[in-house]
Design a protein around this ligand. Sequence first.
Ligand SMILES: NC(=O)c1ccc[n+]([C@@H]2O[C@H](COP(=O)([O-])OP(=O)(O)OC[C@H]3O[C@@H](n4cnc5c(N)ncnc54)[C@H](O)[C@@H]3O)[C@@H](O)[C@H]2O)c1
Length: 322
Amino acid sequence: MSPRALVTGGAGFIGSHVADALLDRGFHVVVLDDLSTGRRENVPSAAEFAQLDARSAEAARLVREGGFDVILHQAAQIDVRRSVFDPVHDASINILGALNLLEAVRAVATSPRFVFASTGGAIYGDFVTPPNAESAPKDPDSPYGIAKLAVEHYLAYYGRLHGIEGVVLRYANVYGPRQDPHGEAGVVAIFCARLLDGRPLTVFGDGTQTRDYVHVKDVAAANVAAATVALPAAGRLDLRAMNIGTGAETSVITLAETLRRVSGRPGRIEFAPARLGEQLRSAVSVAKAQHLLGWKPACTLDGGLKETFDYFAAHTPQSVSA
Ligand SMILES: NC(=O)c1ccc[n+]([C@@H]2O[C@H](COP(=O)([O-])OP(=O)(O)OC[C@H]3O[C@@H](n4cnc5c(N)ncnc54)[C@H](O)[C@@H]3O)[C@@H](O)[C@H]2O)c1
């Protein structure tokens, strides 16, 4: 019989790729998503779909009765700015949603493994020179980051007290096909959309701020590994928390220039005032994921950006020619 996986947030950007990758590995996949930002058409046709809120009693029942081997919890409120002006809403989804599912996992006789989508970009402070290892000091400066770190602590606690097998994947800046170009999160998707409709690429500050851009297919492969690989016993926070990125820092200006080059679109770059409080440098070390999951990123930035641009070009009706 096929192993069974529940992918929450599987109608979203990353979750839909996780669902695809699990199906490719022979899993029976159920997607749980309330479609608050996700799209029904992102859910692979071979997956079952349950339109449910992660905080609901119905979602808890699905977890208790679904016979899952693994739950990959990708559903979240992902807008960092929204978390700043409405931390209650953020915590309601990002903390209570996860807790609702964890309490249900606890009630299952043979608990499924719980893989949690955390963040490597929003929980490490500016204390050490990147790339950050998992043990780097945590100092989230947004309610979004605080909620992610809180759930990591809950997972460690559920591991110690209830023996639940938690795995934490701290994603760097994920990019690729299906990312929302209208959202706050994805500069690559925003730049692709702007190149396609002839608007300039806006760079805040001098553009030297760096991020670690990881392709969504690499993130999906890390989730498959986290769902399937034997891991050391659960327990202390950080033991089963792994960064998922590339370890490389890319400046926003380099990103913009690389996209212009690989897309063949001239696109103008315009500068806007630096954003208050924006982190200057961010990248994560991936040695631990390589060691524990046998995973490492496979996509090059040039290749990944080209593929992503081609995807948006094929899916943007108002696309104008260069
Ligand atoms: N995109 C990134 O660069 C990045 C970086 C670090 C961490 N993450 C994490 O990865 C995960 C996936 O992010 P994404 O970029 O694919 O975002 P996304 O918005 O595309 O996907 C999130 C999905 O969760 C669903 N959802 C939201 N609230 C829900 C609820 N209460 N119940 C059920 N479903 C709900 C949405 O409808 C959506 O389909 C999130 O947990 C996010 O915090 C993303």
